[in-house]
Design a protein around this ligand. Structure first.
Ligand code: CLF
Ligand code: SF4
Length: 481
């Protein structure tokens, strides 16, 4: 549960200060400022489109779309669409009516859930009737839930009117390439208007339709995120070009995701031994693109039936046998109250961050270091080391704290006992971090982490504040890198 829901608050709150430019906008033109404010409002409660929002708001997916109209070489149809999901995951299929009931149940139980996405298990627009029927039912009964869609783009332009009409304000297209020759190595076929296209011909058709879809979204003023699956040796060097083209064509956000490939997934790439990128390779391409447009780095490659904050998947609490027995307790007013509490907390958090950052001055040769954070959300260091299923990694220099990735780890505490193998795995996963910031940690793991060159900081406070304080101490100790 996030802090406002549990009633706790940020320690260093001061009255809210006037906004200074916001969103990186330097213009004084009131039209531009107004546009930025509108844009900010559109993404403010979307955990994927806003990195900051993902600490506070949750999303859910409903798996209503089984069919697909293309074949990606990293996908096995027994599983969820790997364009938006972690391969090897199977979601329970729902009818639109079951899906609508599930959304209303969860909207009551997790009021910070603000976005409903349809992302599979196949392609939502290869199943237009089921997808749009589901959205229709939700738009009617739960008007405060934002609708979101993720597609390979083949049928996007053909459905743009329906998308607009249903007020679906966020659409993701997966663009892995803008070169049909590269595309021929990624897609084995494309099925369009009762005909199957293979090789370069199929990849060319898909690309044309994706660009057409992107254009249609731009004209309809719908926010578009682009996902790209990074495949070393095939499209890794080419993604900077993809980034440039999508930016020129109006995409708002770029999410470069690592290929996850293993023989047991039974995919073409899994069986041919195609590897995924390392963390370092992924970050390097993301950094190369970052100067051009907003990059998403907090994607969790979630399931087609994911529920909860990104990084805390609660889908198993709402399997079909369970949610069908639960009453639909959607209450608009109660949800608005919770959202107002979250917004108040966010303002406090923002003020606290601004205060900390305002006092920091860049020291000469200040090193850029990584720290790993255990958090349950809310933008705070607030989780016990032993309970963390993932660590959020931030890059810190003397004045800035930047989220760069998350790293999944197995639970360290298994019924109260630390497992050696799991612990070693955690150390390996965060080996490039100088410190781990946690709410609590036992003496023994603390000692072992230190032996591995990782300091621990115990705190319950704003992530940026704890990270900057650690950085200051790290520099004072004479560390230069
Ligand atoms: Fe779902 Fe995707 Fe909408 Fe988000 S997920 S349809 S934009 S509501 Fe988000 Fe999940 Fe990454 Fe997708 S973390 S896989 S980017
Ligand atoms: Fe699989 Fe999604 Fe590609 Fe279709 S679009 S083949 S479901 S990864």
């Amino acid at each position: 549960m996030t802090p406002p829901v549990t009633g706790s608050s940020v320690t260093e709150s001061t009255p809210t200060q006037a906004k200074s430019g916001g969103c990186g906008c330097n213009s004084n033109s009131s039209a531009t400022v107004e546009m930025d404010e509108k844009l900010k409002e559109r993404i403010a409660k979307h955990p994927c489109y806003s990195e900051e929002a993902h600490h506070h708001y949750a999303r859910m997916h409903v798996a209503v779309a089984p069919a697909c109209n293309i074949q990606c070489n990293y996908c096995n149809r027994k599983y969820d669409c790997a364009n938006e999901s972690r391969p090897g995951v199977v979601s329970e299929l729902l009818t639109p009516e079951e899906a609508a009931h599930k959304v209303l149940v969860i909207a009551g139980k997790i009021p910070q859930m603000t976005v409903l996405g349809i992302a599979g298990p196949g392609d939502p627009l290869a199943n237009p009737e089921k997808t749009f029927r589901t959205f229709e039912l939700i738009a009617d009964k739960a008007p405060d839930i934002k609708l979101c869609l993720s597609t390979n783009g083949l049928m996007l332009s053909e459905h743009i009117d329906r998308i607009k009409q249903l007020n679906i304000d966020h659409v993701t297209i997966t663009f892995n390439t803008i070169d049909p020759e590269i595309g021929a190595q990624i897609y084995s076929w494309v099925h369009y208007k009762r005909k199957r296209y293979r090789g370069i011909e199929g990849a060319k058709l898909l690309l044309e339709k994706q660009l057409e879809g992107l254009q249609a979204l731009k004209e309809a003023d719908i926010l578009c995120k682009v996902n790209s699956v990074m495949i070393p040796g095939i499209n890794d060097q080419h993604l900077v070009e993809v980034n440039q083209v999508i930016r020129e064509n109006g995409a708002f956000l770029h999410n470069i995701m690592p290929l996850i490939s293993a023989p047991e997934h039974g995919t073409y790439f899994g069986l041919t031994g195609q590897r995924g990128p390392t963390q370092k390779e992924l970050k390097s391409v993301q950094d190369q693109c970052a100067g051009n447009m907003k990059m998403m780095r907090h994607c969790r490659q979630c399931r087609a039936d994911a529920v909860g904050l990104l990084g805390e998947d609660r889908s198993q609490e709402f399997t079909k046998d369970k949610f069908l027995e639960m009453p639909a307790e959607y209450h608009f007013d109660k949800r608005q109250e919770v959202h107002a509490g979250i917004e108040k907390f966010r303002e406090e958090l923002k003020t606290a961050k601004e205060k900390v950052l305002a006092n920091k001055q860049q020291a000469a040769n200040s090193p850029k270091i990584l720290v790993a954070v255990a958090t349950k959300g809310g933008g705070l260091v607030n989780q016990h080391f032993g309970h963390a299923k993932e660590f959020q990694v931030y890059e810190v220099d003397g004045t800035e704290v930047r989220f760069i990735s998350h790293r999944k780890v197995d639970h360290y505490c298994q019924g109260g006992y630390g497992e050696a193998a799991t612990f070693d795995n955690i150390v390996k996963t965060i080996a490039d971090c100088k410190a781990v910031l946690v709410a609590k940690i036992g003496e023994s793991p603390k000692e072992k982490l230190l032996q591995a060159g990782i300091q621990t900081v115990e705190a319950y406070d704003v992530i940026e504040k704890v990270a900057l304080e650690f950085h200051e101490q790290y520099v004072k100790e004479g560390n230069k890198d």
